[in-house]
Ligand binder design. Sequence first.
Ligand SMILES: [Zn+2]
Length: 114
Amino acid sequence: MKFNFPAVTFVRENTAAAQFQHVHSECHEVAFELLENRVTAADLEMMDLLHSSESYFRIRMAEMGPEYLRVLMDTVMQKNLTRGYYGECRCACMVVPGFGFVPEMGCPVHDGEE
Ligand SMILES: [Zn+2]
């Protein structure tokens, strides 16, 4: 799994359950800022939430290994692909275990995506 943020020191100190508490508190901060109509502040808290979520998965990766996270990601992507959450197409776009989502070259919906 590619992380966007550097590892924080809590990754070595927190249990996954303790890190989840932090993720949960970030959710409340986003909700509070949105209720106050402070969209930029809410966006900052959302970015904090992403960072905190990545820290959760760094802790789980240390416990379970990187392959475990790849399987989780592939499982979620396969589920969402089946549900059409990535858009409907009649191409051979698929989730390849270990590689993630692989769009077919020329797919009008998925080719050229990051
Ligand atoms: Zn496609």
